[in-house]
Design a protein around this ligand. Structure first.
Ligand code: NMN
Length: 332
């Protein structure tokens, strides 16, 4: 049945089933760090919900996952407030949708658009605050506004500098991840000890950072790539690619693969390159991210309630061709 064929009350009922199912999956993924389904299963149900809500805007509820950043704060951690919210990211699954994103932006801004294109590291978002060059606070995204203080755990990660090369005060964001080799080691140990293995490196990284005992995180060989400057009081950059240079200069671990693209053909070449070689990388990636390179244009474009309008993730198709099992029996 096509979205257009639903009556409003059928759509409302179906949307609520989707929200309930997605909420269960999110709870397992974000709170237990133990997903019940693969990301592409979640993504497809999410997409179904988005389409229903777009066709019937009156059925949208405030607590719909389309209206908020997923993730909750675990008890036991000190809560932190993100003065500048940590948002989610829009995603697309085909070349055609990516081209539509680009065309929409060009139409809305009536300018040439340059993109900084980066690998989408499969980890979890972290926020780091430095005062006069010293690392003082690190946090998870949480629900976007309130995250968990995981400073002690992040201090155990060698890739995160305790002290920057210059005494600047700055807030930055990036992705903490578990390298594939560390993930394989960890799961081998866990199985030998009779513990349940982690489903994937992303969940292993999240589970490790959300340990109350920093010794556990320390043993987990985590790493991090930093890719966003949040505050520009002490540093200057006019583009995302410049920002990455500044971050590297300050001593952050910056992923070396990103490129500036002038058009979608260049973007496509980057996507194909890494879709073909992703298995050779030491860390997991699940797609690429396009960011409008001009930071002033980013600010002008702004955000929706949930995602920035100036960036989009292109997600790779799932690695093994699996049958997508719809978890819900539609009853409308
Ligand atoms: O929209 P947010 O909460 O930022 O989610 C980002 C991504 O996290 C989603 O696109 C999805 O792939 C992943 N996710 C996966 C599950 C799952 O059950 N596998 C649950 C929630 C989010």
């Amino acid at each position: 049945k096509l979205v257009e064929d639903y009556t409003q009350s059928e759509a409302a009922s179906l949307a609520q089933q989707l929200r309930d199912q997605l909420a269960d999956y999110s709870q397992a993924y974000y709170t237990q760090d133990a997903p019940l389904v693969e990301d592409h299963v979640y993504d497809e149900l999410y997409r179904d919900l988005e389409q229903l809500e777009a066709a019937f805007p009156v059925i949208v509820t405030n607590d719909s996952p389309t209206q908020k950043v997923g993730g909750q704060v675990l008890p036991g951690f000190t809560k932190v407030t993100h003065e500048i919210p940590m948002l989610s990211m829009g995603d697309v699954f085909s070349e055609a949708e990516l081209a539509a994103f680009d065309q929409r932006l060009r139409k809305n801004t009536a300018t040439e658009i340059e993109y900084n294109v980066e690998l989408k590291i499969d980890g979890l978002a972290i926020d780091l605050i430095y005062e006069k060059g010293r690392f003082v606070r690190g946090a998870t995204r949480g629900n976007g506004t309130i995250g968990e203080d995981i400073t002690q755990n992040l201090k155990t990660i060698k890739a995160i500098p305790q002290k920057l090369t210059r005494p600047v005060s700055i807030e930055v964001r990036g992705e903490c991840y578990m390298p594939k080799a560390a993930f394989a080691d960890l799961n081998q140990k866990r199985e030998a000890e009779g513990q349940a293995p982690f489903a994937n490196p992303r969940n292993a990284a999240a589970g490790s950072l959300r340990q109350l005992d920093a010794k556990v995180a320390a043993a987990r060989q985590l790493s991090a790539f930093i890719y966003t400057i949040v505050t520009f009081d002490d540093v200057q950059a006019t583009t995302q690619s410049e920002a990455l240079h500044v971050l590297a200069e300050l001593g952050f671990n910056v992923n070396p693969t990103s490129v500036v693209c002038q058009n979608m053909a260049e973007v496509q070449a980057f996507i194909e390159q890494y879709q073909g070689t992703r298995n050779d990388l030491a860390y997991g990636i699940d797609g690429v991210v396009l960011k409008v390179n001009d930071l002033a244009l980013q600010r002008q474009l702004g955000n929706t309630v949930k995602v920035p309008r100036w960036e989009i993730a292109y997600k790779f198709p799932p690695e093994e061709a699996e049958t997508v099992i719809r978890e819900i029996e539609w009853t409308v």
